[in-house]
Structures are given as C-alpha cells and as structure tokens.
Design a binder for this molecule. Structure first.
Ligand code: GLN
Length: 318
C-alpha cells in the first residue's frame, strides 16, 4: 500500500504541508456541534467541551500535531488495548476460550448478550471483555497496575504518564453496571479473581491520562508489525499486532465499527473521554481528541477529523 498523495506538486507528508492539512481539518471539525460530553461521572462531565487535538505520528519518527495535543485526558476505553496486549502475551491462544473475537452489535456496556452467551464476552473491546481481560491481569500478575503502567510509560517514552485518581474513584462510585457485568461473568465461572479487585484494576486502567501525542507514539508498533519504530523493540509479535488490528477494525468503535470501516477504513479505538486512535499499517498512527460524544459513545469531532484525514490521504486499508 502506498500513501503518497501529491498536493500542488509537493508531498502532503512534508511536515509543513501535513501541519497545514491538520490545521484545516481541525478548524472544520470545530463546526461539528452534535456531541455531548460524557456525564456518567462528575469528573468527566467537568471537562471543557472545546478541547480539540489531532496528531499524526509516522513511522519515520515524525510527530505532527495541532490543537491541544500535549494536554493529557482520560483515555478510558483506549486503555483496553494495553490490557489486551498483556493478556495475550500471558495467555496465548487459551485467552480466546474465555472471550470471543466477534463484533457485538450492541452498546459497549450492554448486558443482555452476556447472559445468552453464558458469560463469554463477545470481544475484548466492549466493557465485559475488558473486565475479563482485567481478571486475567489481576490473576496472572503480582502487580497488575504496575505492569500496565510501566508498559505504557515505555511505549510513549514518558515517565510521568499517570492516572486521574478522581476519575478512578468516581468510576468505582458509579460502577454498578460494570459490577453487574463482572458478577454475571463470575456466576458463569468466567472470572477467577475477586470481583472487586478485578473492577478496581479495570476502573484504574480507564483513568490513565495521556495526550494525543502520547497515544500516537504508544501505538506506533501496531502500524509497524509489532515493533516500536523509536526503540526498535519488538513489543508484540507481528501476528499479535495483526490480530489486535483485526479486533480494532471489527469492534474498536463499538456498534459504529461497521460505519467506521465503511467511511474511514482503519483499525481504531475510542474512549468516552473523547479520544480516538486509528492505526494506519506501514504508515503511522492518527490520534484525535474532542470530549463531546455521539450516541455510540464515540467522539463526534474526533470521528470527523479522522475520517477527513483518512479520506484526503487515501489511507483506508481496504
Ligand atoms: N470507564 C468507561 C466505562 O466503563 C469506559 C467506557 C468507554 O470508554 N467506552 O463505562
């Protein structure tokens, strides 16, 4: 696949041209006004709705950003990828006996399907699947939070990446539905550890704070066959990187994944903090942030920015 788009005789990937393109895409996104900031916990409801950021990190090490790209925000469900990486490494193929790899076609926090399917979540990107993955981490790591944190810090090369403890605590206080998912799985024998400990890990992970620049750097290995382009370190096998990208393509944008594949055509993951990361194999990573969400829980402006950029640069993998 080539991504050489020529604009006015110059490559769009020359840093100046790319920056100009990102700027015009961000300006255009600011006219999208149909989202609503997540309000299921006060700590997220208070975030200013007009934050907006767009970053592109290419495999040659260049990071081009516009807007609030160095402001850390709650990455929420984007963290499901980090948990999954560690669980895949620990469990190998046996992980897929406890969680499926199918799109759910349901909202990210839906419960009904989980009972029909006897406590086996549809995929690791919906809440039930990520809670199951959290159980694997709590059961198989002596310090599951440190394992995630040190991996994340290494991936984005920033030792100060942290967790918003207010978000962590209020997720716990308002976590009845996630607790219901976890106890339902426990009743089917699909959760090994103490449910409260598993939920604590899950909520903690959702409360990680990173900027679009951190996110774009962190996930570069997924665009680079599992190898971090900065350090040269093999983070996952090429096969696991392909598998994670496949799951992101089919389930990363919840029950809007089909529409995202149709209109954008990239593996991607969103979070209710308003962040979205999209992987462009053999090219790089696009990360967007804008807090107001559409009815699927995906950032309205973030979707618009990634769609515009992918379409203008011809980045679809299909
Ligand atoms: N913390 C959120 C929840 O569990 C994460 C969901 C999301 O980002 N889609 O409901």
């Amino acid at each position: 696949m080539t991504h050489d788009v020529i604009s006015g005789g110059q490559s769009i990937h020359a840093p100046d041209n790319l920056k100009k393109l990102l700027q015009s895409i961000l300006q255009q996104a600011l006219t999208v006004n149909d989202g609503k900031v997540a309000d299921y916990i006060p700590a997220l409801a208070e975030v200013k709705s007009d934050y907006c950021a767009l970053t592109v990190a290419t495999l040659d090490g260049k990071v081009t950003s516009v807007g609030d790209a160095s402001t850390p925000f709650s990455i929420q469900s984007i963290s499901k990828i980090f948990g999954l990486m560690l669980a895949m490494e620990r469990m190998g193929d046996s992980l897929w006996e406890r969680v499926q790899m199918e799109p759910s076609g349901q909202p990210f926090n839906s419960i009904v399907q989980l009972e029909w399917e006897r406590g086996i979540p549809r995929n690791p990107m919906i809440n039930a699947g990520a809670i199951l993955v959290s159980d694997v981490l709590v059961s198989h790591y002596s310090a599951s939070k440190s394992a995630v944190l040190s991996m994340v810090r290494g991936l984005c090369n920033r030792d100060t990446v942290g967790v918003d403890s207010r978000v962590h605590e209020s997720e716990k206080d308002h976590g009845a539905r996630n607790a219901a998912l976890a106890y339902l799985m426990k009743s089917f024998g699909n959760i090994e550890s103490d449910v409260e400990e598993v939920l604590d890990h899950y909520f903690w992970q959702c409360a990680l704070t990173m900027s679009t620049e951190d996110l774009a750097r962190s996930f570069a290995f997924l665009a680079n066959r599992g190898k971090c382009p900065r350090s040269g370190k093999q983070i996952t096998s090429h096969r696991d990187a392909q598998r994670i990208n496949a799951l992101l393509s089919t389930s990363g944008m919840y029950d809007q994944s089909g529409q995202f594949a149709f209109t954008v055509g990239l593996p991607a993951k969103s979070g209710v903090g308003g962040g979205i990361v999209a992987i462009v194999p053999d090219y790089g990573v696009i990360a967007a942030w804008s807090p107001p969400l559409n009815s699927f829980g995906n950032s309205a402006r973030g979707m618009a920015m990634i769609r515009n950029l992918a379409n203008q640069l011809g980045l679809s993998v299909y």
